[in-house]
Design a binder for this molecule. Structure first.
Ligand SMILES: Nc1ncnc2c1ncn2[C@@H]1O[C@H](COP(=O)(O)OP(=O)(O)OP(=O)(O)O)[C@@H](O)[C@H]1O
Ligand SMILES: [Mg+2]
Length: 578
């Protein structure tokens, strides 16, 4: 709970003023029946005349106006406080998720994160708004009405006291049954969002596999599950209202019965009975409000727990203990010293096993190896997308953990194997790599990545709008934009993870050629499936099952490394048969 104080503090005045306004409304609400009883008893029956009735009537109108002002003010400040709270909380939650390491992200489902950022926070916002409007009002009205009832006629008030425990017991039981059902409902909503998000982001795959029906059934199930669990929860809740109404009617009847007898016996005035009936209604309404608060709070508590889960997720990769936070990558030397790594800490098998490797500044290194051999894993350790489990990764002879993440990642440009573009223009996408870059620089990088040609062929050129993820581009075009985006960062180390797989060999050769000319001082690591992509590298590293099984130039490896020559001949074979 202490966590949330931070979000209350900036809106503290609204949090305080809101309920004060509500108290004004409550006082008016409690005073109204009394004024009415005075008009009946003293004005009409007591014969105090029209002027008294008019005076009382005016008092009632003024009270009503004050009540209205109280109600409006209360509502306004409740909205102000709760939406401010939600806004700040959402901002922090989003910021926290941005800090997540790759490993942290792997633990969560995107759909679930979206539900938490939206629906769960809205749930809290609604609860705050409701509590601000009702938390003082309900007990205030309950206590006020009870006091008034007792003051007017203690014996008659006892009737109300008899009904209250019965009602409290009924509400308690409704809550007890409803709580777990609401928790279940929130989980089903999560499941629905996960299914929806997964389907929508992968709709093209769904269509190409003609799995629409399957997906529709999956969605229908999640949707029906949500409907059923909602019904199950609400089914209990719908008893609350009628039960209250019945209790209210029975109590009113009892009050009228007992009160009527008292009036006949001459012990009570008619107006008092009218006021009394009003107080009975108020008491029951306030009980109803209290039950609604408890009920909704339980729903929000489930949401708060889900939000806390994210905040409590320890970010397992930070630069807090970095020794040289101001240091930036200068030369681009890379060294792996006895590095091993695995994704799941309780897995027995290492994904990378005792890697020793030195890459010199300006060197171009190719990495080849069968799929799943650990190529992507290896390079992801350089910009600390993951941390090694043993050994050290050094950049410019400094452990990568000793750089600030910002400086390290600015110095290491990586084009990930699964890379994406954002919605927006090509210009925006490229400058995402470096916002401050000017257009000339952008053209140069695009030229270098062999992207300038096709971009210029578009009608809108660099202002061409890209759809989500760059849907309106070909695979090879997308890859070249991703490379240009990384180049714009002017990194000292450039890593291309299978980034030219969809580019034809001639274009790929031109990219390599331009790299040779324009990126002389940059250390380049090129992961590829095709040997032709790395054949002219200064050095090629062959990975197999998490181990380095060969290093050297193409010629050296052909002689010394069986795994390499096997890959070479298998690709030559393909070419011959093709
Ligand atoms: N995020 C992840 N979580 C868990 N395991 C992973 C993850 N990414 C990769 N792996 C596993 O680690 C091993 C090495 O994967 P890696 O992606 O490094 O291979 P690769 O050599 O890049 O393969 P490819 O040529 O197909 O890209 C594989 O067995 C894979 O299943
Ligand atoms: Mg890979």
């Amino acid at each position: 709970m202490r966590r949330y104080w931070k979000y209350v503090k900036p809106y503290l005045s609204a949090f305080i003023i809101g309920p004060i306004f509500m108290i004004v409304e409550v006082i008016g609400e409690v005073a109204m029946p009394l004024l009415l009883s005075k008009i009946i008893d003293e004005g009409i029956i007591g014969g105090r005349g029209a002027s008294y009735i008019i005076a009382m009537g005016i008092t009632m109108v003024v009270t009503a106006l004050v009540m209205m002002a109280g109600g409006v003010g209360g509502a306004f400040f409740a909205v102000k406080a709760s939406s401010g709270f939600a806004n700040d909380l959402r901002k922090d939650l989003f910021r926290h998720i941005q800090k997540f390491s790759f490993n942290n992200i792997d633990q969560y489902n995107t759909g679930s994160l979206i539900t938490r950022l939206t629906n769960d926070i809205t749930q809290l916002q609604n609860m705050i708004q409701m509590i601000m409007r009702m938390a003082l009002r309900a007990p205030g009205m309950l206590i006020g009405a009870l006091i008034m009832a007792f003051a007017l006629n203690p014996r008659l008030a006892l009737v109300i006291l008899c009904v209250m425990p019965l009602l409290a017991f009924a509400i308690y039981n409704i809550m007890r049954i409803a709580f777990p059902r609401f928790t279940a409902m929130q989980k089903k909503l999560d499941a629905l969002n996960i299914a929806t998000q997964e389907n929508l982001t992968n709709i093209r795959v769904v269509k190409s596999f003609v799995r629409e029906q399957f997906e529709e059934d999956k969605f229908k199930k999640a949707n029906t599950d949500l409907k059923d669990s909602t019904l199950k929860a609400v089914k209990v809740i719908i008893f609350t209202m009628p039960l209250m109404m019945t209790a209210m009617n029975i109590t009113t009847l009892a009050v009228v019965w007992f009160g009527g007898n008292q009036i006949i016996a001459g012990n009570m005035d008619t107006g008092v009975l009218t006021a009394f009936v009003n107080y009975v209604v108020q008491i029951l309404i306030s009980l109803m409000m209290v039950s609604m608060i408890i009920l909704n709070s339980s729903r929000s508590l489930a949401s708060a727990r889900r939000i806390n889960e994210i905040f409590n997720t320890e970010i397992d990769l930070t630069d807090e203990s970095a020794l040289h936070k101001d240091l930036s990558v200068q030369h681009g030397k890379i060294e792996f010293r006895g590095v091993c790594f695995k994704y799941y800490k309780n897995n027995e098998k290492w994904v990378l096993d005792n890697i020793d490797l030195v890459i010199n500044p300006g060197e171009t290194v190719g990495i080849i190896g069968s799929t799943g051999s650990g190529k992507s894993s290896l390079v992801q350790l350089i910009p600390r997308l993951y941390d090694a489990d043993c050994g050290e990764v050094l950049v410019d002879d400094v452990n990568v953990m000793d750089y600030s993440l910002k400086n390290l990642r600015s110095g290491v440009g990586i084009v990930l194997q699964k890379n994406v573009l954002f919605s927006g223009t090509i210009r925006e996408n490229l400058k995402w790599g470096d916002e401050s870059a000017d257009d000339d620089e952008m053209y140069r990088c695009a030229e270098s990545a062999q992207a300038h040609g096709f971009i210029s062929s578009f009608e809108a050129g660099y202002d061409t709008e890209l759809g989500q993820g760059g849907v309106n581009l070909s695979g090879g075009q997308k890859q070249r934009l991703c490379i240009a985006r990384a180049l714009l960062k002017k990194p000292k180390i450039l890593i291309l993870d299978d980034s030219t797989s969809a580019v034809d060999t001639a274009t790929e050769a031109r990219i390599r050629e331009s790299f040779r000319n324009t990126l002389k001082g940059t250390t380049k690591i090129i992961i590829a499936q095709r040997i032709s992509s790395v054949i002219d590298a200064d050095r090629i590293i062959v990975l197999d099952d998490g181990k380095i099984v060969g290093t050297g130039t193409h010629e050296e490896l052909m002689k010394s490394c069986e795994a390499y020559s096997e890959i070479y001949y298998s690709q030559m074979d393909k070419k011959v048969t093709a």
